[in-house]
Structures are given as C-alpha cells and as structure tokens.
Design a binder for this molecule. Structure first.
Ligand code: ATP
Length: 536
C-alpha cells in the first residue's frame, strides 16, 4: 500500500494495476516509483526501453484526483499512449496544433472547472511555452487540481532542447512558477549518460541531489540491458576490390530474410500437414521488423527492392504526407493476419517490414517486432539503443543487427565534424563581436560526435560482450534505488559471446574494407560532390 499525497489514505496499487491496466504484477522498481510519485516527490526514472515507464505516471493519474500533464516530444507518441489510455477507460485528452477551436474550448472548460473529469493531458513542450497554456495551468494549480507533471522521453531535453526545439529549455517554468505547493515532476528516460542526466535535471529545475544526500529528488534506475535482444554486427565493404558489385549489404539482407521466411514456411507446411489444429494466430501473423536507413531516398529504394523480391516492406520518413505516415504506422502496429494458411506460406505474407529514417519509432509500442536492422552506422549510441530497443517489447527473443561499413562510417564522421566546426566558428564569430559565445551549441555538437564515436566503437569492438558495452555506457548515469547495473546477463545473446573473440575478429577483417581503401573511397566520393546527409 502506498500513502496518498497528503499522507492520508492508503492506496491499493495492485488492485488498480489489475483492474485498470490488466497487469498481474509490477515489474521491479515500478511499485517504488509509483509510490514516490503518488507521495508527491520529484522523481527521475532511468529504465530500459519497454520497461513500462508510462505506467509510472499513468497509474498515479488514475489514483486520487487532479490532472497529470504529460509532456511528450511527438504527436505520434502521444496518439499511441492516448489511444491506449482511453482504451483502459482513463479520461485522457491532448491539445495540439490539430485540435479544433471547439474541441480545445471543451477540454479547457473541463480542465479549469475546479473538479476536472480529465486525468491525463498530453502536450508538447512548445505548447507549455505559450502564455495561454501557462495561464491555464496556473488557474488549475490555484484550484489545487494540478497533481503532477510527467516529462516523457526526457533525454529529448538534452538532445533537442539546445538547438531545434528550444521550448524544451523552458520547462523549468513549472518548478519556478507553480509553487506553494510546488507541483511534483517525474522525468523518465531510457537513455541518459551522466551528462544528459545533469542536463535534464538542470533544465527542469530539479534538485540534482538524491534524498540520501539531503536532496528532494528521488532517483530510480534499472539496468538498460535487454536480455531478450540478440545484438550482432555484420561487416561489409563498399570499396574493396574483391567486392566487385559494391553492394554486399542488400544480398546479405535478402538472404537472411528469405531464410527466416523459408524456415517459417517449412514449419507452417509441417503443421498444416500434421497438426493443423495446433496452428496459432502467432504462426500466421507476419514477422515484424524495422530497417533503419540514413536517407529518405533509401527508405523508398530499399523497400521497393525488398518488395520486388517478395518481401513486403513500406517506406517511412518525415517527408511523407501525414496521412501516408499515419497509414504506414498503423499498418505496422496492427498487421493484418493472412486470411488463410495458404497465404501465410508465401514469402510475401511472411513479413511486415518498415524501412525508415530515424523519424520512425519513438514511443511506438508495437510489442512483437522481431528484428531491428541498422542498415548503416547508427547516428549515435543513444539513438542506437533507443531504436534497437523497439525490438522484442513482448519480452520474446528478437535480433538487433547493424550492417556496418567503414565507408559509411567515414561519411557520418565527416558530416558530424562539419557540424562541430560550424558550431566552433559560430562561437569564434560571436566572441569576436564581444558576444556570449556559442558554448551550448558547441557542447551539443561535441556530445553528438562523442556519441557517434561510441556507436562506431561498439560496431568495431570484437573483444567485449555487446550487452556489457551498452550497460556500461549508461550505468554511470543511473544512480538511485533499484540500480541493477552490473547485472548484465548475456547468455550467448550477442555475436561476441556466441562466436568468440577470434572468430568475430576474423569475420570483421574479412568483411570490412581496410582503412586505406575506405579513406580513398571517401576522398573520391567527396571530390565527386558528395556533401552530406539530408534531414530525417
Ligand atoms: N507490470 C507490467 N506487467 C506487464 N506488462 C507491462 C507492465 N508494465 C508495463 N507493461 C507493458 O510493457 C510495454 C512497454 O511499456 P511502455 O510503453 O510504458 O515502455 P517504456 O518504458 O515507455 O519504453 P520506451 O522507453 O521504449 O518507450 C507496454 O506494452 C506495457 O503495457
């Protein structure tokens, strides 16, 4: 039993978990986080992708009265969570740019009526920075109905707040303005290095000291490890003389998918012949997978290439019109089941694949994604962990594979170093003009470079367990109750642990172009006018 905010009524968390959320038990640390939240503490939670962080603010929102404001970075992410919350019967609203005037009036009237029906309201940081919304929040606060603020995907404060979404930096307003009593804030993220954690706390105006150090914030962390994910890196060359076609990646991807599909067809065929009654819907549901690529144009070309090889795939990127994006996303989250076994036995019916830029996926709770492929170097280590974390959210085994070339590594490094230099030049110019200097932009650009270097190190590492590499990177940022860091159990769920150091090293050497060939290739490419990446 947890105590309510004013320390009065004990609250039966297990009952609410079962009745409203349909879950049998809490995952480790969830109960502690939820209790601290209900008791009115500021909370910082760092937990693995798919851990169940949303429950940590949704369950408290159902208990007691008042409104929980959820600040979320993307409309797609909000839509998912709102639909899920409404399905559970939780009164949930959102105000966004697509909310009509009448709808907005209806929501606002309820929010400031003194005894609102709404329990959860999802908004962007940009809305939180507007005078109108702040006025509304102040009114709700004065009426004693603003119960807490949840900052979902809090690492975005650090990732985006410094440059293209400055509204993230204004979230401190909550702690500065909504006082007497102060409104509790819960910040949640899967991926925060010590620098990002500090940045989040400063930006939100939260006490960086834990309660054991006399501070007011309660910190919780779990390991970022996902034991059900199998990590692997495949090595290729775009420039080596013995790789004549210049494209080993696609045949490898195609072979891999075809072999998955034919194993599945064989199994279905066998079941069909011998025990048709044992065929389950899981046997018939297409296998879901995400392939991340660096360019919008590659989403189109790769999905077309796969489809022409009987592997059904759709393209997704930020340049598509909103209706198409929505349709592709919905079809991916709720894949059709083939109408009959015959269809399921064909390769085309076997897959539900999305080929996407990094625009896809944040907060998408598609439980049964069986693989995430990075078709090229991930743009950073945090991004890699977030993106690969979209696999296996149902807890079952799933693969996370990087298709890696040194040539692509050099392209990305070049691009990011241009950004760092641009920031440095900005700073130089401002200093010359007696300005403040672009320290923040520079720090961001440098952090991006560091994260990219870590992703490269991960890909080129042949001497460590990949689960360990991931846990270690985030462990230093994870302090507080529930810390399970150091407990990474791989159990042969990565290529290093499965193949061993020597075999992996040989595979890498055989696959990659040597450094000189890769360097010359990049030079040639640049002299032919290659300039860099387009946006997501
Ligand atoms: N105690 C629980 N028992 C069973 N399932 C749970 C429990 N808590 C959460 N889940 C389920 O786990 C899945 C992931 O939850 P959620 O989307 O909140 O993850 P998350 O931690 O926000 O992940 P990410 O950082 O990747 O977005 C959801 O399907 C949710 O219903």
């Amino acid at each position: 039993m947890a105590r309510g905010r004013k320390g009065k009524e004990p609250v039966d968390l297990d009952f609410t978990l079962r009745r409203v959320f349909g879950k049998q038990s809490f995952r480790p640390v969830q109960r502690e986080v939820i209790s601290a939240t209900i008791e009115g503490h500021d909370v910082f939670l760092q937990a693995a992708t798919s851990f169940g962080k949303s429950l940590c603010f949704q369950l408290p929102a159902v208990i007691g009265s008042g409104i929980t404001v959820v600040v979320s970075p993307l409309l797609a992410l909000m839509t998912n969570q709102i639909d899920a919350a409404r399905d559970r019967g939780i009164p949930t609203e959102t105000i966004s740019t697509s909310t009509t005037y009448t709808e907005r009036k209806r929501i606002e009237t309820d929010l400031k009526c003194g005894h609102p029906y709404t329990r959860l309201i999802y908004v962007t940081p940009e809305l939180c920075a507007t005078q109108n919304f702040r006025k509304l929040l102040t009114t709700i606060h004065q009426q004693g109905q603003l119960t807490r603020i949840a900052i979902d995907e809090a690492h975005c404060i650090s990732e985006w707040g410094h440059d293209f979404r400055p509204a993230y930096k204004e979230l401190r307003w909550f702690k500065q303005t909504l006082i007497l009593p102060s409104v509790p804030v819960i910040a949640l993220t899967a991926t925060a290095t010590p620098r990002v954690r500090e940045d989040i706390l400063t930006s939100l105006g939260l006490d960086p000291r834990s309660s054991s150090e006399g501070g007011t914030t309660k910190f919780f962390s779990t390991t970022t490890a996902r034991p059900n994910l199998h990590y692997e890196v495949r090595y290729f060359s775009e420039s080596s003389p013995h790789h004549s076609s210049g494209d080993d990646l696609f045949p490898n991807l195609l072979n891999w998918l075809t072999s998955i599909s034919s194993r599945r067809s064989t199994r279905l065929h066998y079941l069909h012949q011998h025990s048709p009654d044992n065929i389950t819907s899981t046997d018939l549901t297409p296998i879901s997978g995400i392939i991340y690529v660096p360019f919008r144009s590659t989403t189109e070309s790769l999905s077309a290439r796969l489809t022409s090889n009987n592997i059904t795939a759709s393209a997704y990127h930020a340049g598509l019109d909103p209706t198409t994006r929505q349709t592709v996303q919905e079809a991916f989250i709720r894949p059709h089941q083939p109408p009959d076994l015959q269809t399921a036995q064909t390769v085309a019916g076997s897959f539900n694949i999305i080929v996407a830029t990094t625009a896809f996926g944040m907060g998408i709770d598609a439980p049964s994604v069986r693989f995430v492929v990075h078709y090229g170097v991930p743009r950073g280590f945090e991004a890699f962990v977030q993106e690969s974390g979209r696999a296996g959210r149902d807890g079952k085994a799933a693969s996370c594979v990087v298709f890696y070339t040194r040539e692509e590594r050099d392209r990305v490094l070049y691009r990011v170093s241009l950004d760092v230099n641009r920031e440095l030049n900005k700073r130089g110019n401002r200093n010359n003009q007696g300005g403040e200097g672009g320290g923040v932009g520079k720090a961001q650009a440098e952090a991006r470079m560091k994260s990219l270097q870590k992703a490269i190190e991960y890909c080129e590492c042949t001497s460590r367990c990949r689960h360990e590499l991931i846990s270690e990177y985030f462990a230093a940022g994870a302090t507080g109750t529930g810390g399970l860091e150091g407990e990474t159990k791989c159990d042969f769920a990565c290529d290093y642990c499965k193949e061993g150091r020597q075999k992996l090293r040989k595979r890498m050497e055989r696959g990659l172009a040597d450094e000189e060939a890769a360097f010359e290739f990049s030079q040639r490419e640049r002299s032919n006018g290659w300039e860099g990446y387009e946006d997501i």
